[in-house]
Design a protein around this ligand. Structure first.
Ligand SMILES: NC(=O)c1ccc[n+]([C@@H]2O[C@H](COP(=O)([O-])OP(=O)(O)OC[C@H]3O[C@@H](n4cnc5c(N)ncnc54)[C@H](O)[C@@H]3O)[C@@H](O)[C@H]2O)c1
Length: 454
């Protein structure tokens, strides 16, 4: 159904694009469209590279001057993007990063990939989206396609961004287009690079949807159209809320199994053999990264705005957020068995990033574990190949190698992220006590009681 030119429900009919949009379609098809990406982070940089790789001329708009400089120097700060690929795109002239918005007006397609963090009260902070969208609105011209990729609450695209862009006096779906397409990349996942992940696309009008689909088809194998931007926004939140809730269940199972004296991982591994109706999620020290801890909070906030109490989401959040304290409790129990308190003990942390083999520390539960240990008087040191320095014990600390001597000196070793670059056999051989929050060690390796799981 059309409502003031805005698509509000399922529709199959196609709008005749106005001539300015047909021209844009032509430019996309021939890869002569100028692509702009606002925000060159974990999402924006791989996306910019993908468009440049297939032949588009891409400009990255990045406010962090150091990042923009690094891109222009062919140096990548994102693990999934190699220096070589950046350097070659720079050399061919197909990718450039700029620090100001002047060139936005020259872009045909603009993708917004800025952060969407939580505010102090754990409610949505869409200020980065607003600043990017305002910069576009101030320069909007006929024939531009704007796509929001940042994860956000349902309604952001049509209730917040559309009115901003409409201030230009241009008509959506006839003179410019607006769509939402959530980014689904999984940093570090080599099995599913960006081009292999189906892309969900919702447009404000059918023309918006068609143009966005056409653009993504240039770089991706599979596009999934949905009836509105709100549905597309909701899809992303469902996916990450599904993960957060199921991880919450796995964490609760771990707390419960601990009471029963049962190994929760053994239970999950056996349950996993059921060929249908079960999907394995695992307990851990808590949830981290820029998605799983905060995306469900965006949904919960919007639900509350509608007078709806999202109990499932809030419960999972509570359980997941209690896991770092549970880890500290496990450390305390492990030390206690050796007649040692946390206070004064030397505790060696392995892995500070939120998951294995990535360089992202945002929302990592490791920092909460470290903070609580530090507050209880522990002397901390750490190893993380992706985090050369970190704030521990309130002071700057540097990553130190995992050596036999260091392991022997430590009263307790805690595995918080099980990066591949660690000699876990050495850890097992030399450490007096290991708290293994990632279930790295097998039941046989844990048999002598020196390794404590969750
Ligand atoms: N990291 C992930 O794995 C992932 C996966 C899927 C979706 N997302 C979502 O994608 C969005 C971006 O996440 P990210 O991890 O890439 O964030 P990021 O912090 O890695 O990158 C965002 C970049 O945007 C820049 N920036 C901020 N405001 C800007 C502005 N107004 N103009 C220009 N540049 C600006 C920042 O300097 C930063 O470099 C978020 O909404 C996130 O939830 C992230």
């Amino acid at each position: 159904m059309m409502n003031n030119g805005v698509m509000t429900a399922h529709r199959t009919e196609e709008l005749e694009p106005s001539s300015v949009l047909s021209e844009l379609a032509q430019r996309i098809a021939t890869k002569t469209a100028q692509v702009g990406v606002i925000g060159l982070g974990y999402v924006g940089l791989p996306l910019a590279v993908e468009f440049a790789n297939v032949g588009f001329s891409v400009t990255g708009f990045e406010l962090d001057a150091e990042r923009a400089q690094q891109v222009n120097a062919g140096r990548s700060y994102i693990l999934d993007v190699t220096d070589a690929s950046l350097a070659s795109l720079r050399h061919s002239g197909r990718l450039a990063a700029v620090g100001e918005y002047d060139r936005l007006a020259a872009m045909d397609c603009i993708l917004i990939c800025v952060p969407t963090p939580l505010g102090k009260a754990r409610d949505p902070n869409i200020s980065f989206i607003l600043s990017g969208a305002t910069a576009i609105a101030e320069r909007l011209r006929p024939g531009q396609l704007v796509i929001l990729e940042s994860t956000t609450y349902p309604g952001t695209t049509n209730e917040v961004i559309l009115p901003l862009l409409q201030r230009s006096g241009l008509e959506v779906g006839r003179e410019f287009c607006l769509a939402f397409s959530p980014e689904r990349i999984d940093p570090g996942n080599v099995q599913y690079p960006l081009r292999k992940i189906p892309k969900v696309v919702g447009g404000i009008t059918p023309a918006c949807q068609q143009l966005a689909i056409q653009l993504y088809r240039q770089i991706l194998q599979h596009v999934v159209p949905v009836s509105s931007t709100k549905v597309a926004e909701m899809v992303k939140l469902l996916e990450n809320t599904f993960r957060a809730v199921n991880i919450g269940l796995a964490n609760e199972l771990a707390l419960l199994c601990d009471k029963f004296g049962v190994d929760s991982w053994e239970v999950i591994e056996a349950a996993k053999t059921k060929p249908f109706g079960f999907m394995a999620f695992y307990p851990g020290p808590g949830i981290g990264g820029h998605c799983i801890p905060k995306d469900p909070m965006y949904l919960a906030w919007k639900a509350r705005c509608h007078g709806f109490q999202p109990r499932f989401i809030e419960l999972a959040d509570q359980i997941n957020r209690q896991m770092p304290h549970y880890v500290v409790e496990k450390i305390s129990q492990a030390l206690n068995r050796h007649k040692k308190p946390i206070n004064g003990s030397h505790i060696f942390l392995i892995g500070l990033t939120y998951k294995k083999d990535v360089n992202d520390t945002r929302e990592s539960p490791a920092f909460e574990v470290a903070q609580e240990l530090s507050a209880r008087g522990a002397r901390l040191s750490y190893f993380d190949p992706y985090v050369p320095s970190a704030l521990l014990n309130g002071a700057a600390s540097r990553s130190v190698p995992v050596t036999a001597e260091r392991l022997q000196e430590s009263d307790c070793v805690v595995i918080l992220s099980n990066h591949s670059q660690v000699d876990y056999d050495l850890v097992l051989e030399q450490a007096a006590v290991v708290v293994d929050t990632r279930h790295h060690y097998s039941p046989a390796q844990r048999a002598d009681g020196r390794v404590v799981g969750l």
